[in-house]
Design a protein around this ligand. Structure first.
Ligand code: NA7
Length: 552
């Protein structure tokens, strides 16, 4: 095996680390590689799971598959790595992504510096020593100069607090904490709560096994066919031959995908032409559907043309008019919530063993020992409940680390009114603490690996700079944070995204969570340039404290 990607690394010893990285998904793995193999630092990754993979380690639910196309859902920092791995299908399935990440971890010899089955319970900044103390569930404390949270945006399961769950006599599962051995649905009456991207992937697969599947829908959702299938040899060769162009496209497009959003407006074409365009996009399948017109996410009337097309498709596919009406009763603009793609989702409602229950008009009141009871008293007997109810997104995984910064400031208090960051990378009061794809960065609006690589590269370059210049402490200037938070809000408000009032982008899916639009909607290309500019100007907007001052 060629070892041009490997460098000799110094052994990482507890208590004597340059950096601690929390999480061994796409982000933590790449950050480890950069800091250890490029910068020669002593790094330890702490990972709660028993293996690498992050999201893909935990999300093993039926039908779990990435909605980004496989040739874009992988590392692209190394041409060598990119070309060595061969994907089998248009969209990678969970087991294949996990195999890929294990292959990368072995290929880069990462596992020796990752401690698995290690849950971080607290991270505390020690100002006198200028280092971070990280405590694990086992009671051990490790220290390091730099702390990097690579905990993902969607890793804190949201199990709604529906009364009675503790008395349920059947089995229940959250899709994001799925048993490794799988779940046998055969002969069972299954109830699934949730029709987001996850629920839409799970329904067709569970329906094939269950005796009966009842889907409890609170918010109806759009979905476009994924049109998944095996990749042809020609396509694989094209990907290998076009590595540089594919990467360049991903780096420049607003969503980090390998396709461009077309320049034309929805109003540049006639109604007939538009219909033909949508039909072709529907046949092609995938997230490209939203890339057909530049104004789909800016202009409500333009968005309505796509929304109406997609609602008509639902009514066409679903035979029972009452079910079709519930599924097509969508209350938000298309793609204002994360747009799902599917394999036979709407078709599945034509099966005799599948039913849909609207829990917006008639909410779930409680879980009984034998099933679910709705507000009007209707009982739904169930053997298994599947919670496809999403995550305490973006802030949840960071807050549960119990991070305490300067002057005893807890991250939870700093963010009591919602997350406030500079560039989604750092927080005032938390020196030398970095977040990969944190709130305020493009993150979940983007193809994740491309955002992750950009953040990890920026952080590695930044740490190299700090060390070269003898800078001991770095944290953002409050004025820069204020400007960035304002800009993040402006960027969101220039789009239709905030119009989906119940979306997890806004934190609205978790009761009591502050409603703040969390990801940066200004686009990946623009964001990258802003970050690069900040670095070029000597980390403008950050306070850099020299070693002497920091230890005085
Ligand atoms: P989502 O997109 O947050 O979807 C969760 C679904 O669960 C959504 O339909 C929710 O309805 C529903 N939900 C949540 N709580 C309840 C309660 N209490 N009662 C009824 N229904 C409820 O999570 P996913 O896992 O599907 O997707 C997350 C991301 O993972 C996805 O966007 C990709 O980026 C990958 P609501 O819409 O809140 O009314």
């Amino acid at each position: 095996m060629p070892d041009t990607l490997l460098r000799e690394a110094s052994p990482a010893r507890a208590g004597d680390l340059d950096a601690i990285v929390i999480g061994a998904g796409f982000a933590g793995m790449y950050q480890l590689h950069l800091l250890r193999d490029r910068l020669g630092l002593k790094v330890r990754v702490l990972e709660q799971g028993g293996g690498v993979g992050g999201t893909w380690y935990w999300n093993r639910y039926p039908g779990a598959r990435c909605d980004s196309e496989s040739h874009s859902y992988c590392y692209s920092f190394s041409e060598e790595l990119y070309k060595e791995w061969e994907w089998t299908e248009r969209y990678p399935e969970q087991p294949e992504i996990l195999r890929y990440l294990n292959w990368v971890a072995d290929r880069l010899d990462l596992k020796r510096d990752i401690r698995f089955d290690t849950r971080v319970t607290a991270c505390t900044y020690d100002a006198a020593a200028n280092l971070w103390r990280v405590t694990t569930e086992a009671g051990e404390t490790l220290t390091a100069t730099y702390l990097i949270a690579a905990v993902g945006c969607l890793s804190t399961a949201n199990v709604p607090k529906i009364p009675g769950l503790e008395d349920f006599q059947g089995r229940w599962y959250h899709t994001g904490q799925w048993p490794h051995e799988g779940v046998d649905f055969s002969g069972s009456r299954v109830g699934q709560i949730g029709t987001g991207s996850t629920g839409i992937q799970a329904v067709p697969v569970i329906a094939e096994q269950a005796q009966h599947l009842t889907v409890f829908q609170r918010t109806a959702n759009y979905s476009v066919p994924a049109r998944n299938g095996p990749l042809s040899e020609e396509f694989k060769a094209w990907v290998r031959d076009n590595y540089a162009d594919i990467r360049a496209t991903m780096l420049e497009t607003p969503n980090g995908h390998p396709f461009r959003i077309l320049e034309r407006s929805c109003w540049d074409v006639t109604d007939e032409e538009r219909k033909r365009i949508y039909e072709a996009a529907w046949e092609k399948g995938g997230l490209q559907f939203r890339a057909n017109f530049r104004d789909l996410l800016m202009d409500k009337a333009a968005n309505d043309t796509a929304a109406d097309f997609l609602k008509a498709k639902i009514r066409e596919i679903v035979k029972d008019p009452e079910t079709a009406a519930k599924l097509a009763d969508i209350d938000h603009p298309y793609a204002a919530k994360r747009p799902p793609i599917d394999t036979n989702y709407f078709e599945t409602y034509n099966r005799p063993n599948v039913s849909l229950v609207d829990v917006r008009s008639n909410p779930i009141e409680r879980i009984t020992p034998t099933g679910l009871r709705l507000r009007d008293g209707t009982e739904h007997p169930l053997d298994i409940i599947v919670f496809a109810t999403g995550f305490d997104a973006m802030t949840g995984p960071l807050l549960r680390l119990n991070v305490t910064g300067r002057d005893g400031l807890a991250l939870g208090d700093a963010w009591a009114e919602g997350p406030r960051t500079y560039l989604g990378l750092q927080v005032v009061g938390f020196p030398n603490f970095f977040t990969i794809t944190g709130p305020g960065s493009p993150s979940v609006l983007c193809n994740m690996p491309i955002c992750i690589e950009q953040h990890a590269d920026w952080i590695a370059d930044c740490i190299a700079h700090l060390r070269a210049k003898g800078i001991a402490r770095m944290e953002p200037d409050p004025a820069a944070v204020e400007r960035w938070v304002t800009h993040v809000n402006e960027a969101a408000n220039a789009t239709l995204l905030p119009q989906a009032g119940h979306s997890w982008y806004l934190g609205a899916n978790v009761p009591g969570k502050p409603r703040v639009f969390m990801p940066y909607a200004g686009g990946m290309g623009r964001y990258r340039r802003l970050c690069a500019e900040v670095a070029e100007k000597g980390y403008e907007g950050f306070r850099l404290e020299a070693r002497e001052a920091a230890t005085a």
